[in-house]
Design a protein around this ligand. Structure first.
Ligand SMILES: [Zn+2]
Length: 298
């Protein structure tokens, strides 16, 4: 009996093991899928996600797929990511729904010089008089960003490691280039319930379809820049990961958990998972582009 049972038992074990392994193996994202996951549809970009408190004095006021954040201080508000001009009224509405005044926005910061994050800067400045601050390496791209032919306002040029302080909250700008030359990851120490948490808003490490990582005449060091960004991001201690697109920190999964237990946005493991996922796609794309370039060279 034992003789016939053993192989069956072994087979069951082996099958379970394989299933567990398969479940463990992370989904392999294509470049296009990951890009789409982040940017969503036009409707996702334009429709408000319910505004909510993330942690301490940090709030979400973005849309379903464009991450915008508000830091509320006794001296006024810091807005991170004005998004498109067309989404500025959506952000304004979300700020007011939380009980804040849009006219209290004193400082506008951004994730990087792409229209979906910083096109609205001029409009926000027009409406509030806020100071717009941007990373030096992104200034040329921002100067080319002229919605309705408006000049992109830049009141303060930032450099890697610079801090922006208002009403007791200090944000630090980390240069995480590649996605754009001046792509910026923001960090802050935020207090809640007597504890302090490291909050990180990832600027972006995504490779958009069409990005040339190899033999790029406009930016010959783009691949090195991405690697620098990953190195910086991996060096940042992070309790609360956030990002320029909310899919970068699984907002859709976390939002329903608000108030039903521990703060769902405290997710250090999720930060690492996201970096692993994005870096795998970056390295695979780089290897593919290098192989294609060397095949072409032969
Ligand atoms: Zn971008």
């Amino acid at each position: 009996m034992l003789k016939t049972r053993l192989p069956l038992f072994a087979l069951v074990l082996a099958t379970c093991g394989a299933a567990a392994l398969m479940a463990q193996a992370a989904k392999q994202w294509s470049l296009q899928e990951l890009f789409q996951r982040n940017i969503g549809s036009k409707e996702d970009q334009d429709t408000a996600f319910p505004p909510h408190k993330i942690i301490g004095n940090v709030y979400y006021i973005g849309t379903r797929s464009l991450g915008s954040f508000l830091v509320a201080t006794p001296q006024g508000l810091i807005l991170i990511n004005s998004d498109y001009e067309r989404t500025v009224p959506v952000l304004k509405d979300s700020i007011e729904k939380l009980g804040f005044k849009f006219s209290d926005v004193k400082i506008v910061l951004g994730s990087h010089a792409h229209g979906d994050h910083m096109e609205g800067d001029a409009m926000v400045k027009e409406l509030t008089g806020a100071q717009v601050m941007a990373m030096a390496e992104d200034v040329p791209a921002l100067e080319r960003m002229k919605p309705g032919n408006k000049t992109h306002p830049i009141d303060r040029v930032l450099h890697d490691g610079d801090t922006v302080a208002l009403g007791g909250t200090t944000l630090t700008a980390h240069l995480t280039p590649g996605h754009t030359k001046g792509c910026t990851t923001w960090t802050a120490k935020i207090a809640e319930d007597g504890k302090t948490y490291d909050v990180t808003i990832i600027g972006s490490v995504g490779v958009n379809p069409g990005f040339q990582l190899v033999n790029n005449a406009q930016n010959p060091v783009i691949a090195d820049e991405y690697m620098q960004a990953y190195k910086v991001l991996r060096s940042l201690h992070t309790d609360v990961p956030l990002g320029s697109h909310p899919a970068m920190y699984n907002l859709g999964e976390k939002y329903p958990k608000i108030g039903k237990g521990p703060n769902p946005f405290i997710d250090p493991a999720g930060y690492k998972t996201e970096l692993d996922l994005q870096e795998e796609v970056f390295l695979r794309t780089l290897a593919e582009q290098r192989a294609a370039a060397s095949a072409k060279g032969k």
